[in-house]
Design a binder for this molecule. Structure first.
Ligand SMILES: [Zn+2]
Length: 206
């Protein structure tokens, strides 16, 4: 396949990008000069080296020196370690951080579970979540797990799965499981919610 069509195919795999937009991206690249394209290629090639996964909340963060295992949120002594907010993706975490209304810690699932998925545990970091939670619960610091998933069928399916999955931990440690209030209207993706909506959803969690 030629480079133009190959790139169009790549772009169409990006989140939220359809075939027509993908083609527009490819045409856009044709209007740029060679330096721009070389730099873009270099950055794409280097992105994995620049970023690493936090060993506590599993969000991506920029590698710094000296190298740290946890991100700036997890390392921040002023954050409230008694709550963990579970989100699907890094962009959801970014949206909530930007709203500036939550001071606890996070966990990034790395995806969500489509309805009728046969291998749900492969879609999200379920095992990592349980092992992190168990660790925190054993230390007696964690009191509440807040689900902040998208208010759509896939988000609900993910939460349903996780609630069942976390049931033994809930029983054993008496940890509270709560959900962001539905000030987030149905069908809304968390990523596109504004600060005020998130603030209310957090306040009205149940
Ligand atoms: Zn972290």
């Amino acid at each position: 396949m030629d480079a133009f069509n190959k790139l169009t195919e790549y772009f169409s795999e990006f989140p939220g990008i359809g075939p027509r937009q993908a083609k527009r991206f490819a045409y856009f690249l044709l209007t740029r000069n060679q330096n721009y394209l070389d730099e873009l290629s270099r950055n794409i090639a280097a992105i994995k080296d620049a970023v690493t996964l936090c060993t506590s909340c599993y969000r991506f963060f920029l590698k710094d020196s000296p190298k740290t295992a946890v991100c700036s949120i997890c390392a921040n002594k002023n954050r409230d370690t008694s709550t963990r907010m579970v989100v699907s993706r890094d962009v959801d975490l970014d949206t909530i951080e930007k709203a500036g209304v939550y001071n606890g810690l996070y966990f990034v699932l790395g995806g969500s579970i489509p309805i009728l998925e046969k291998n749900p545990e492969r879609r999200i970091r379920a095992a990592e979540l349980v092992s992190m939670l168990e660790n925190n619960l054993k230390q007696g610091v964690l009191k509440e797990i807040i689900f902040a998933l998208n208010a759509n069928p896939e988000g609900e399916n993910t939460q349903y799965y996780l609630e069942k999955f976390l049931e033994p931990l809930k029983e054993q440690y008496n940890v509270k499981l709560s959900t962001l209030g539905r000030g987030l209207s149905t069908g809304t993706e968390l990523e596109y919610s504004d600060g005020e909506t998130i603030k209310n959803a957090l306040k009205n969690r149940q």
